[in-house]
Design a protein around this ligand. Structure first.
Ligand code: SF4
Length: 303
């Protein structure tokens, strides 16, 4: 399939790896779940080969293990983690599930044993219990950094937001990131503040600190009792086509996807294989996460 020459940030696009096994949840905003209904061709070995390939092309890119549920098969996850050299940052998106196979001790031991390999675990918790939650006490036993990710879907009470932050921030000292349902994010509303009910709510209860953003995602930072609370918005795709200063048209890649079969794709929403030969010649640009910040100022809420 035709594509433009690739461009990405220094270090390389983030590589998101879909683990080859499922989770036990059914979140209403999930767009990955149905891929796990037919596991034909899913292969940890193929994924490991793809990880090695991406390491050879961009030896300093970030890897994110996602799913499904990375911690649902600790033996398989260990094999995949062991394929990632220590030049990379590694993030794991998880619900911290406790199953009949692995109780709290096994999960804690696994994460602590791999703490040198894991940069941070992003733990899904929501205002409504979409995911099966382990006891909050588990966080006090972890030696790996953790952040709480909370997708906000539909309406919510402002009090509920505050209660949620208190649960994890006051109680456990964890940073909390609220996230807009990315299936609803568009180029038009990515930076819209006037009609963003979530942002208005957060503004009313936390102290706004900063906004950083790029072509495809943005992050509002707040402070609550000295702890970080953030609000993240991202588009549901990760390739932007634009003309560079050199007059050439580029596909700017933010995320590269390793599917459950090991297939390497250049975007989330399209079945387009990454052209590995072309990616060898990718043009690097500085990280543009402050790209919008420079262009756009925002008042401090002063709360
Ligand atoms: S836990 Fe993750 S993969 Fe599972 S249903 Fe929820 S969003 Fe989807």
């Amino acid at each position: 399939m035709y594509h433009n020459p690739y461009k990405t940030r220094e270090g390389g696009a983030t590589v998101s790896v879909f683990v080859p096994y499922n989770c036990n949840n059914n979140c209403p905003f999930c767009i990955n779940k149905q891929e796990y209904e037919d596991m034909t061709g899913f292969s940890a070995e193929s994924i490991c080969r793809s990880i090695a390939m991406m390491d050879s092309l961009t030896p300093r890119c970030d890897f994110v293990f996602t799913g499904g549920e990375p911690l649902a098969n600790l033996e398989s996850l260990q094999k995949m983690l062991d394929c990632v050299p220590e030049t990379h940052r590694v993030f794991i998106n998880t619900t911290l599930p406790l199953t009949h196979s692995y109780g709290e001790d096994e999960v804690v031991d696994f994460l602590n044993r791999n703490k040198a390999k894991i940069t941070c675990i992003n733990v899904s918790r929501h205002l409504f219990p979409y995911v099966e939650e382990s006891n909050d006490h588990i966080f006090t036993r972890l030696e790996v950094p953790a952040r709480i990710n909370c997708v906000l879907v539909g309406g919510h009470d402002t009090d509920k937001l505050l209660h949620f932050v208190r649960r994890f921030s006051d109680g456990l000292g964890l940073p909390v990131q609220f996230r807009m349902d990315y299936t609803k994010t568009t180029p038009e509303n990515l930076y819209d503040e006037s009609d963003d009910a979530i942002l208005k709510d957060l503004d009313s209860i936390f102290e706004f600190v900063s906004l950083a953003g790029c072509r495809i995602r943005c992050n509002y930072e707040f402070i609550y009792n000295g702890r970080q609370v953030s609000y993240h918005k991202t588009l549901p795709y990760s390739t932007i086509t634009e003309t560079g200063e050199d007059g050439r048209v580029y596909d700017v890649l933010y995320d590269i996807i390793v599917k459950q079969t090991g297939e390497i794709r250049s975007d989330w929403d399209k079945e387009i294989k990454l052209d590995l030969d072309a990616y060898k010649d990718v043009v690097f640009e500085p990280s543009d996460m402050h790209f919008i910040k420079r262009k756009k100022s925002r008042r401090k809420s002063g709360k």
